[in-house]
Each structure stands twice: as C-alpha cells, then as structure tokens.
Design a protein around this ligand. Structure first.
Ligand code: FES
Length: 122
C-alpha cells in the first residue's frame, strides 16, 4: 500500500497525538518534539482506543489504565517493567508490542504507510 495522507503537521502539534482511520484501521499519530510516529490505535491491554493518549519523551500513555508504550518500537514499557510475567501469565498477551507504521512528511502533510495485516479484534 502507498503512503496515505492522514493530517497536516499543524493538526498535531508537538506533544500531542491524534487518532485517525486508514482503510478502517485505527492508527495513532504521535508528534513527540517535532518527530512523527504512527502506531496501532488500539491498546494491547483491553483493545480500547488510544485516542487522547498522552505523549512525553518517547512514551505514550493509554488514557484508560495507563499502560505505556515506546513510540519508536511499540514495546510495552509499563507495566512490563514492574510485574514479572512469570507471576502474572495472564498479562503476557496484554503486554504485546503495538504495531508501528512508517510515517513521512510531504509538504506539511503527515503520511502513513500501512504494511501489516489488518488488526484482529480478538
Ligand atoms: S486499555 Fe489501555 S491500559 Fe487498559
């Protein structure tokens, strides 16, 4: 799939996020200090929307129960770093990495490329 324009740079000021839909997929666009990132728009915890997720210093915080993810890799950083998975095996699936997507800026337009299979709603 080609890159798709999802917003303008001005729509997503530094330190904010915006949930968009690309071919029916919810995608979270993040502007962290002028760098743009795109991640799966559903939290790994309970698959709830990441709309209104907060961002600071490379981390997004889910507005529902505050799971946190690295915006570059999608890796869960909280609560993974707090709870041993051996002790809480039911958490393992909830701590899956968020998918990430390529982003580029073309003439002040934020463009995302969807390369993965559509999300399942398991
Ligand atoms: S749905 Fe995101 S932390 Fe629970």
């Amino acid at each position: 799939m080609c890159y798709v324009t999802v917003a303008t740079v001005d729509d997503i000021p530094p330190g904010t996020t915006k949930l968009v839909q690309v071919e029916g997929l919810p995608i979270l666009i993040v502007n962290d200090r002028g760098q743009f990132y795109a991640l799966q728009g559903l939290c790994g915890h309970q698959k709830l929307s990441l709309a209104k997720a907060m961002v600071w210093q490379g981390i997004i915080d889910c507005p529902w129960h505050h799971f946190q993810y690295d915006i570059r890799t999608g890796e869960n950083v909280y609560p993974r770093c707090v709870y041993p998975l051996e002790a809480l095996p039911h958490l393992h699936q909830q701590l899956e990495r968020l998918r990430t997507y390529p982003v580029r800026i073309v003439e002040q337009h934020v463009q995302v490329k969807i390369e993965h299979e559509p999300l399942s709603n398991k």
